[in-house]
Design a protein around this ligand. Sequence first.
Ligand code: GLU
Length: 296
Amino acid sequence: MYRGRFAPSPTGELHMGSLLAAVASYLEARSRGGEWLVRMEDLDPPRMMAGAAGRILRVLEAYGFAWDGEVKYQSLRGPAYELALERLRDRDLLYPCSCTRKEVASIARAGIDGPVYPGTCRNGLRPGQAPRAWRLRVSAEPIRYSDVIQGEQQQRLDEQVGDFVLRRADGLFAYQLAVVVDDADQGVTHVVRGADLLDSTPRQIYLQKCLGLPILEYGHIPVLVNAAGEKLSKQTLALPLQAGEAAPDLWRALKYLGQNPPAELGNADLDLLWKWALLNWRLDCVPRQRSVWIED
Ligand code: GLU
């Protein structure tokens, strides 16, 4: 049983970098006879772009992707996230925190993904302080896993991250919580996504353990970076995918993913290219790197 997924955030249009994650997760799922889901990670209303979710789905269709089941939206999943928090609270793994971002930044040292929370509120709020966010207690036990693309990984959450936020001061649920709850509820078994999330994976595995959920298998493909070494994104003005460019874009995506598509398929039609890709897909050919340069 294999169930993969693609989980875009509708904060903007899909671009070549997002296409790589869609193509890799799709081909790995389909070539193993598995299912492939699409989930909209529209968790953070101020960052969403109006109409982007619909446009993303239309572009995926135009590029020849076919997903199983209904598209799920994180914006409708609040009660499930609340339930997970409740379970963590029952296990005394969750605690309220009154620290502002500024307070944390002023005393914390830098970790793998921002400041390492120094544990100020771990043993209770200071007198007179009101709770703002909710944090998960991490442990000193190293989290180890074998990434199917990037190899053996290890992280000490207490040293690299600290107790991390699951519900933010503005009431929104954190990505780390939502992704773990949704992957489990949707029966996802394998995650293939961009290496920008490699450092988040130990947090997700730890959360799976805390919630008694199955531990998933992970593979992180390289992210595309521009000449300045920046990840392609809306901020770096990555060009949106265009339906008319589907076949050449798919060819380029396969190339970045180390699949060596034959040059003569560079002008092939989309169906033929997908057929070739499904027959020839090899996860072990994906570069074992965190990033690859985009070519003009
Ligand atoms: N929504 C995330 C993104 O667009 C991906 C999350 C995931 O694949 O776990 O970067």
